[in-house]
Design a protein around this ligand. Sequence first.
Ligand code: NAP
Ligand code: MG
Length: 484
Amino acid sequence: MAKDNKKGIFEYSAAPESTGHISIKEQYDLFINNQWVKPQQGKYFDSINPSNENKLASVARANDKDVDKAVKAARKAFPTWAKLPAKERGKYLYRIARIIQEKSREFAVIESMDGGKPIRESRDVDIPLAAAHFFYLGGWADKLEYAFPGQNVEPLGVAGQIIPWNFPLLMAAWKLAPALACGNTVVLKPAETTSLTALKLAEVIQEAELPEGVVNIVTGEGDTGAALVNHPDVNKIAFTGSTDVGKLIQRSIAGTGKKATLELGGKAANIIFEDAAINQAVEGIINGIYFNQGHVCCAGSRLFVQESVVDEVILKLKQRMGNLVLGDPLDKNTDIGAINSKGQLQTIKKYLEIGKKDGLEMFQPKLTIPKKGFWCAPTLFTGAAQSHQIVQEEIFGPVLAVQTFRTIEEVIQKANNTPYGLSAGVWTDKGSKIFNLTSKMRAGVVWANTYNKFDPTSPFGGYKESGYGREGGVHGLEAYLKLS
Ligand code: NAP
Ligand code: MG
């Protein structure tokens, strides 16, 4: 329940099982030079809780003048930050990591309230991984010459970073940690529907006493992102989001000399062979597509089942789907939270209609759907073929399309036959099959007998229309350095 404590801060008693409070301000301004700055036009938008449509806070809408102010702050801070002994830069990152850990419960609750994801996921995955990224990259800060032996390493300058709404704090960490470790300064633009944990992170940055201007956060919609991309004094663009916006960005920076990494959409194949441990594979398929309501760029949204085990797999999948708990994201037993926004729910529903119209068989378990908020039951389509729209296009929701195959050659050909190439999964008892298949998959990450496992030491990124450049691991450093 929200309660105004007369300081303009709403205090929430969070999940029923938890103690303590989390605080969300009534209104958030822009974060520039370590201070809260009013937006030039005085405009704000609402951030809501998608599980009940209640307003959580007003958030500043930055225009191009505000973006310019933030870029100027980052530019001014750059020479000092870049020249700071690398070990000192590393210490700041460790400090941020530790404060995130200290506030992890508060971060997890805000992430689930603002974005709709189950608290179990924000608590056990998003927030710990965000801290882990700062720790890991903090460790690299003073070892860059060992990462690139024999080469001269220099930061690029000001990085403009734009992130999506599906893993808000984690995506901020993926972007900020390598940029800062390498000596760049940053202007970060969170997604409109999920700005609150990035703004909480601004408070962490103040608490960690980062020099002013090193991290600036400008909130807003797509035009705020576009203003950042088009700003002439930005040296590097790091974007995670849809392929359509990625293409726009690529066009607008062509010929400017700005360096870019684009992490875009996906339509991953998850492949089960007849020799797989079927129960384990079914669990992995469920996690692969229904984790975070399928709002995952690397979600295993295309299932390929070897023909001989298809009946068993489908039966077990349907049984398992019937046991999933859909509801309050703040309940620790929830498996399926709310869809992030009304707009995204409409997109998902459009694809459900397309699937049905194309003659596919749709299955949804009987679950009670809350009356308020944005919800979609976990969905399975059988009878899918390569040509179907729901097989070719990214839905970004809890929707799985099932196809069958007979031979390994056939499944490799089908799995690779999409415009995307971000990730894939394979389930088999045979190591040789894993090696054979993974070497032929056009996907940045291929998981074997597991799915959706992330680690800061491991590079992540796509082929084809899933983008270019890598984040994470040593590879992720390269995107923020000039090597000579
Ligand atoms: P999106 O619509 O492309 O938005 C991503 C970010 O870009 C948001 O902050 C958005 O602001 C901003 N933006 C919108 N239009 C812009 C423009 N013209 N110029 C600059 N910035 C602009 O994507 P989304 O719906 O938030 O996220 C879902 C997509 O992200 C999916 O396609 C998913 O696959 C992809 N994704 C990829 C990865 C990966 O690592 N490859 C990871 C996660 C998600 P607003 O929020 O205000 O529109
Ligand atoms: Mg929200």
